[in-house]
Structure formats: structure tokens, C-alpha cells
Design a protein around this ligand. Structure first.
Ligand code: PLP
Length: 404
């Protein structure tokens, strides 16, 4: 073991214990590979939880960051800045949106979206129309409002009282949603693919039905594309493959490719309810973040790159299916593009964490989505050889867990 000034044991001494990071400490990354303090190499199928869309230390992103770093770092929103304006233009030109609000994370983008939905309803229909309908198993962030709208009770426990006026129903069940909606509904909030909830894609007919119900009730459709957006599904945003248009869309994670940034996109009509002074963020639209994100979107919004995301999906799936024919470990392999979930058969329920640990031993970084689903969210440009090598490492890890 090499001696280091800080290591994993330092974590327990200096950090609040809300995380339990893996034993190794990564120090360097390039493309889809990472090296830890001991010089051990890992293939990265986790992508910083669907963030490092262009891998680690992509040359174009380094250039953008360095260039902006020598020009202007921060202003606050007392002033605007060129990277923020250019990024907003790019987002508008590539989506349904007319207006953009920048912030620093997915939770903040959703917080802004939920507040805007309430304010829009308040301005146009009155205070009674304030109910937000969301889905069980959904995840929208860790602020008090976003855990409340999220569909996992465990994230609210102990933090009560939580904000009121939030209802939940079953994902992909249109009749259940219909029963819950009324003139009091101001918004329905959905992930096009539930990420943290187990990589569960929305049924296209369901999402179309949600859009229709929103229109019938004068409610806004808020799509949380924090995890599914920015090329992850093989389209710039997942809604583009579902035949629906949201009123509000949130983005973060891959938007900055590893530099923290969030964005809320909406239409002119809805944006009017965020008049001067209604909402804000000191760092939102930070020039460094926006300069990097501008490079990210220019690189990702390319038909060839996006088509390759679907090709790489097929490569992942083929490997997982062939592994399954040997070990019979997966009940289902699902997802879209490079957001893939492999659900364990009942016999291996609860073993997701063990597979993660065995994979780390073999030199592979992997994610879970709940205790029973392995989740893959790698770089969108992961080389095919890295997929093959990572899958060989996963197979070794699975062989270890199966024979334990
Ligand atoms: N929304 C979705 C769909 C997410 O997957 C996440 C994070 O996993 C968030 C929101 C929260 O984003 P952040 O952790 O940047 O606040």
C-alpha cells in the first residue's frame, strides 16, 4: 500500500456519514477508465451516475473550461454573461422550449419547476389549483420539496412535516392517474424513465395519456429529464422519442458532463409566471458551468453520436443476455440507450450490492437502482472495446457471487 495524505479512512473522520463510498479512492480518469490511489484501473460503467456523458477529461471540455477559466468565473445574476446566453440559445434551438432558467443541480432544477407550476396555476387559475401529482418510485432530488414530490417515502422519513398538496399514484397506470386528477391539479411530474426507481421506462401510450389528462385539467406536464436527458436514450431528450411535449423540462447531470449545472426549460407562456424577483440562485448560469455545458451540448447533439448510443445499447444488451443464458441471474434487462437496468431474479434479490463490490474487485465501476437492479449509465461515447472488457469483468464478478 502506498502512503497517502488522505485515504478512505479519512472519510469517516471528516465527513457527515450520509454516504458510504467504496473502499478505493479514485484519483484520475480518462475516457471510460479510472485509476485509484493504488494505481489500480477500473472500467467505468457508472459514469458518475449518468453524468460523465463524454467520459472523463474529454479534451473539448478541458479546453472550454480552461478558456473560460482565464476569462471570467462568476458574476451572479445581477449581470448576465455570454456562455449562459449561448447555452440558453442552444437549448431553445434544440427543444420545445422558449425560455431557460439555470441552476446548479437536478434538485434545484426540479425545485424551480415545481415552484413555477404552482405559481403559474396561482396566477392563471387561483390558489386552489396547487396539487402536484407524481408517481411512486420516482426520484426528483433531495431538497424537502423534491423528496416530497419523489415517490419514495424513505427519503421523507424523519424530515416531516413535508410540504402539502403532493399526491402520488402508480407509474404507467393511466386509470389510477385519472382518478387522482382534478381541477386542483396544477402539474403532473414524471421521469420518462424512472432511474433511481429501478430503470423503468414509461409506456409511450401512458405518457401520451398523461399529456391528454394534463390538457383536460389545465395542468402542466413536467418531465424530469435530469437522468434521461442529454443524449442518454439516443435522443437529445427522451420526450423526443415519446411523441409528447412537456410544458416544463428539467435537466442536470449530463448537461455539464461533470461540471455542476442544472436547467429548467419552459414555454414563453409559462415562463411569464417567474417574473422579476420570484425565484433565483447566486450561482445559476455561472460562466464556467455554462461554457462547459455549451461544449457538451454541441458535442452530444450530433445525429451520429446519438445513433451510436442506440448501437451501444444493443452491445450491452447482447452481453447481458449471453451472461444470463450462462448464469440465469437476470429476470429482465430493460431501459433505453445507455440507461440500462438488469433486474436480478428472486434468488439473488438483495445481492446487487455484493455484485457491485465483486465488480469493483475485478476493476469495474457499476451502479444499482434499488437492491435488485444493476444499473449501467456509462459515457455515451464509451469505446466498444471498453464495453467488451467491462462485461468480461462483470461476468467474473457474477461468477464469484453466484458461486459464493
Ligand atoms: N431527478 C432525477 C431523475 C435524478 O435521477 C436525480 C439524481 O439522481 C435528481 C433529479 C437529482 O439531481 P441532483 O442530485 O443533481 O440534485
Amino acid at each position: 500500500m502506498l502512503e497517502h495524505a488522505v485515504d478512505r479512512s479519512t472519510f469517516n473522520q471528516v465527513m457527515v456519514p450520509n454516504y458510504a463510498p467504496q473502499a478505493m479512492v479514485p484519483v484520475r480518469g480518462k475516457g471510460s477508465r479510472i485509476w485509484d490511489q493504488e494505481g489500480k484501473e477500473y472500467l467505468d460503467f457508472a459514469g458518475g451516475i449518468a453524468v460523465n456523458a463524454l467520459g472523463h477529461c474529454h479534451p473539448a471540455l478541458i479546453d472550454a473550461l480552461k478558456k473560460q477559466g482565464e476569462e471570467l468565473w462568476h458574476l451572479s445574476n445581477v449581470y448576465t454573461n455570454e456562455p449562459a446566453l449561448e447555452l440558453a440559445q442552444q437549448l431553445i434551438n434544440s427543444t420545445f422550449a422558449d425560455k431557460v432558467f439555470f441552476c446548479n443541480s437536478g434538485a434545484e432544477a426540479n425545485e424551480a419547476a415545481f415552484k413555477l407550476a404552482r405559481k403559474y396555476a396561482y396566477d392563471n387559475f387561483g390558489p386552489e389549483k396547487h396539487e402536484i401529482v407524481s408517481f411512486y418510485q420516482s426520484f426528483h432530488g433531495r431538497t424537502l420539496f423534491t423528496v416530497t414530490v419523489g415517490g419514495q417515502k424513505k427519503y421523507c422519513e424523519g424530515f416531516e412535516p413535508v410540504p402539502g398538496g403532493v399526491l402520488h399514484t402508480t407509474y404507467n397506470d393511466l386509470e389510477a392517474l385519472k382518478a387522482l386528477m382534478s381541477d386542483r391539479t396544477c402539474a403532473v411530474v414524471a421521469e420518462p424513465i424512472q432511474g433511481e426507481g429501478g430503470v423503468i421506462p414509461a409506456d409511450p401510450e401512458f405518457i401520451k395519456g398523461v399529456r391528454e389528462l394534463c390538457d383536460q385539467h389545465n395542468a402542466l406536464l413536467v418531465l424530469d429529464e435530469v437522468q434521461s436527458g442529454m443524449g442518454r436514450t439516443g435522443q437529445l431528450f427522451a420526450y423526443m422519442g415519446l411523441g409528447v411535449t412537456p410544458d416544463i423540462l428539467t435537466s442536470a447531470k449530463s448537461l455539464g458532463g461533470g461540471f455542476p449545472i442544472g436547467a429548467m426549460l419552459t414555454t414563453n407562456k409559462v415562463a411569464e409566471s417567474f417574473g422579476f424577483g420570484t425565484h433565483g440562485s447566486t450561482y445559476g448560469g455561472n460562466p464556467l458551468a455554462c461554457a462547459v455545458a455549451l461544449e457538451v451540448i454541441k458535442t452530444i447533439n450530433d445525429p451520429q453520436l446519438l445513433a451510436n448510443v442506440s448501437n451501444k445499447h444493443d452491445r450491452f444488451r447482447k452481453h447481458l443476455e449471453s451472461m444470463n443464458s450462462k448464469y440465469g441471474i437476470f429476470a429482465d434487462v430493460r431501459g433505453k440507450g445507455l440507461l440500462i437496468g438488469a433486474e436480478l431474479v428472486e434468488k439473488y434479490h438483495g445481492k446487487g450490492k455484493d455484485i457491485l463490490a465483486a465488480a469493483a474487485d475485478e476493476g469495474l465501476m457499476l451502479l444499482v437502482a434499488g437492491p435488485n437492479v444493476l444499473r449501467f449509465a456509462p459515457s455515451l461515447i464509451i469505446p466498444d472495446e471498453d464495453i467488451d472488457e467491462g462485461m468480461a469483468r462483470l461476468e467474473k464478478a457474477i461468477a464469484t457471487v453466484v458461486s459464493a
